[in-house]
Design a protein. Structure first.
Length: 366
């Protein structure tokens, strides 16, 4: 890349989920992956989730805290797990010391406790990338993504968030480098209650980390968002249910949105919407196999697919709802009856472009 091109290169945004930073080996793999991306990555925002299962662990720790257990004891196992990975990466204790103290001093409130998981993981990632020689700066997402005071899924203040992201993009144009920040977390100046005042963290709800990536990609005017997952891309169906599922090369935004709303779990619809509105591509790739092309989700993408697009939603009593895109109920019946002859199709209906079947896959013995 020549200097003029580098000077005008857009900000690249990459989102890494909890599985991709689950331990020291995974963080080392993340560094190797980013190091091999090649030209065009001089300005990058790296959005990182909490290490795998940390959010659940912090929720359990908060329950202990609310029951009267001292904060340090309630959070002991969470901090010990992160300390173990910090030392495995060859990093000093000072990387996490201040954050651990912050957790212990936090209010016994959901956003105050649970959001520390993303802080711990991003501190480890940023410190390790810096140790490996990359030009890294850590950023607090609560100062970047602005929200109202809603709990536990705050509503985004779009104008304020875009202003903060535009400022970040300008900073990266002036001083190229990599910004490591958190998914899932926002910030507000609204008090938590009548007695509180000043800045506080908020959370964006489950699936909020990918949503954070979309908000930042839109705000910095990236040309795409790349989400790194533990699957090769967007599949035509859940491979745990549909063994012949294939990875799709390209998917239309509207189709990805319809699949998400019907229950397909790879990309949440609230992640798709801001990208669709801004016309930004979404690339879904596998962190374990970065050389595999993955799936590109874009406006006016492919509308004819090599296999039917099928979403599954689970209900109690052995009921599974099956939604098949661009099919009529009779076509959908034929597909399911051929693939799963033991399933009993109870009802069928048409919802827009989706044929929706209600199937009973097991009978409860009385």
């Amino acid at each position: 890349m020549n200097p003029q091109t580098a000077a005008n290169s857009p900000v690249a945004v990459h989102k890494f989920g909890g599985a991709s930073v689950r331990d020291a080996a995974a963080i080392a793999n993340l560094e190797a992956l980013l190091g091999k991306l090649g030209p065009g990555q001089e300005r990058m925002v790296i959005v990182v989730s909490a290490m795998g299962k940390t959010t659940n662990a912090l929720e359990r720790a908060l329950e202990l805290r609310l029951s009267g257990v001292p904060a340090a004891l309630a959070a002991e196992s969470v901090m010990a797990a992160h300390r173990l990975e910090q030392r495995a990466l060859g990093l000093g204790d000072e990387v996490l010391d201040e954050a651990f103290a912050g957790l212990i001093a936090s209010e016994a409130r959901y956003e105050s406790w649970v959001s520390w998981g993303e802080h711990f993981s991003t501190l480890l990632v940023a410190a390790y990338l810096k140790k490996c020689g990359h030009p890294v700066r850590w950023a607090d997402a609560s100062q970047l993504i602005r929200t109202d005071g809603g709990h536990p899924e705050a509503a985004v203040d779009w104008p304020a968030t875009e202003r903060r992201c535009e400022a970040l993009a300008a900073e990266l144009q002036a001083e190229p480098g990599w910004i490591v920040t958190q998914g899932f977390i926002g910030g507000t100046s609204l008090p938590a209650d009548a007695s509180a005042a000043g800045e506080r963290r908020t959370t964006l709800g489950r699936e909020g980390s990918d949503f954070s990536g979309a908000l930042i990609a839109r705000g910095v005017k990236a040309d795409r968002l790349t989400i790194w997952k533990d699957v090769p891309g967007m599949m035509n169906a859940d491979p745990r249910i549909w063994p012949d599922a294939i990875c799709l090369d390209e998917v239309d935004f509207a189709d990805a949105l319809a699949m998400s709303r019907a229950g397909a779990g790879v990309i949440h619809h609230k992640t798709v919407l801001p990208l669709q509105a801004a016309g930004l591509e979404l690339h879904v790739k596998c962190f374990a196999e970065p050389g595999v092309p993955g799936t590109v989700i874009r406006k006016a993408g492919q509308k004819k697919y090599p296999a039917p697009l099928i979403a599954f939603a689970e209900y109690p009593e052995g009921v599974r709802e099956v939604s098949i895109l661009n099919a009529e109920p009779n076509e959908a019946r034929a597909i399911i009856e051929k693939k799963f002859p033991s399933w009993s199709i109870e009802t069928s209906r048409q919802e827009g472009a989706m044929a929706v079947l209600r199937c009973r896959i097991s009978i409860r013995l009385r």
